[in-house]
Design a protein around this ligand. Structure first.
Ligand SMILES: NC(=O)c1ccc[n+]([C@@H]2O[C@H](COP(=O)([O-])OP(=O)(O)OC[C@H]3O[C@@H](n4cnc5c(N)ncnc54)[C@H](O)[C@@H]3O)[C@@H](O)[C@H]2O)c1
Length: 311
């Protein structure tokens, strides 16, 4: 059995464990700083396994030694956004938490692939890569599957068409400047621009960009966790089953799309060793301009991090 360790057993981490256990992909470890909480959640989930007929071992812990020999480490430890708080406000606190989680777990699982969710996402993935010194194939941020799923859900609500027929591609940084690529998005092969009136499509793009904030405002405490953790489970499954699945994820850029030394949301192929390759679309001038704006916002947070943490 494969092994996945989830650092941070809060809403996103625990729900990721739920989705992963249902897929019977790997034995699971939940780690958190709160004593008893990861153990309690792990035991509760373990007791659900006979009911859903899944043979998965699930344990909770407050130490990193329990994560030994993990195939995948998922990092969701940190603070979530509160209403009115930007993702970037979280930078310093979450950098300390993620930096420790990444370097400590690597000692016990030197071959693991790291999936990062903690916000500000692109910059926490960058920090993980820099502090661990891992090759870029093995550090991947989750954002684009979630942002694209939100757009797909909104298109389904608008049109009444099955979500299975709707393909949307939201790239760029995991912030308000994310880049919904309407030209590449389609319903059963028909471009969205042809299927929907332009004002409806524009409204969907705006709602997608503000999708995380919409949920934060509704919940009042905490942020989205069902869809983000489902996205994370899809990434883990693609890796462990060596599917060569192409999905939008945050990856370290080394010249792709004209970007260097930064994480950015792009289509990546996921297989057993992590990122197999980065897929490059031909972008038109309007899309290039949106990419540049989004990249500038991500770079700004990367630069802020570099002022706080020495690599
Ligand atoms: N990338 C995405 O799409 C995405 C989606 C959802 C949440 N997030 C981010 O993930 C993070 C967690 O969100 P959440 O909703 O699960 O929050 P949460 O508050 O429910 O859970 C966070 C957990 O991290 C734990 N924690 C804090 N410091 C720790 C440490 N040093 N070691 C281990 N655990 C530690 C806390 O005790 C808590 O249980 C936030 O930064 C949030 O913004 C990102």
């Amino acid at each position: 059995m494969n092994k996945i360790s989830i650092i941070g057993a809060g809403m996103t981490g625990a729900t990721a464990a739920h989705w992963l256990a249902e897929r019977e992909l790997a034995d699971l470890v939940l780690v958190d700083v709160v004593e008893g909480m990861p153990q309690g959640k792990a035991l509760d989930l373990l007791e659900a396994m006979p009911i859903i007929a899944r043979d998965v071992e699930i344990v909770g812990a407050n130490d990193y030694a329990t994560t030994k020999d993990s195939d995948i480490i998922i990092i969701t430890a940190g603070l979530a956004r509160k209403p009115g708080m930007s993702r970037d406000d979280l930078l310093k606190t979450n950098a300390d938490i993620v930096g420790k989680a990444a370097t400590e777990t690597l000692k016990y699982s030197p071959n693991a692939i790291f999936l990062v969710l903690t916000n500000p996402l692109d910059t926490m993935a960058y920090l993980t890569l820099k502090l661990t010194g891992l090759p870029r194939e093995r550090v991947i941020g989750q954002a684009g599957i979630l942002d694209s799923a939100r757009m797909r859900a909104f298109v389904a609500l608008e049109t009444g068409v099955s979500v299975e027929n709707i393909d949307c591609y939201v790239l760029g940084g995991h912030g308000d400047e994310m880049v919904p690529l309407t030209r590449h998005s389609n319903i059963a092969g028909i471009p969205l621009k042809e299927y929907l009136p332009s004002d409806r499509l524009a409204a969907i793009v705006t709602r997608t960009r503000k999708g995380g904030g919409e949920i934060v405002n509704l919940l009042k405490t905490g942020s989205a966790y069902y869809a983000p953790s489902a996205a994370c489970a899809q990434m883990a499954e693609a890796i462990l089953k060596n599917k060569n699945l192409i999905v939008p994820c945050a990856a370290y850029m080394d010249g792709e799309y004209g970007l260097k030394d930064m994480f950015f949301g792009v289509p990546v192929m996921l297989g057993r060793n992590g990122i197999v390759k980065i897929v490059e679309y031909d972008l038109d001038d309007e899309e290039k301009a949106m990419f540049e704006e989004s990249a500038a916002a991500v770079k700004e947070t990367h630069d802020a991090l570099k002022n706080l943490v020495a690599f």
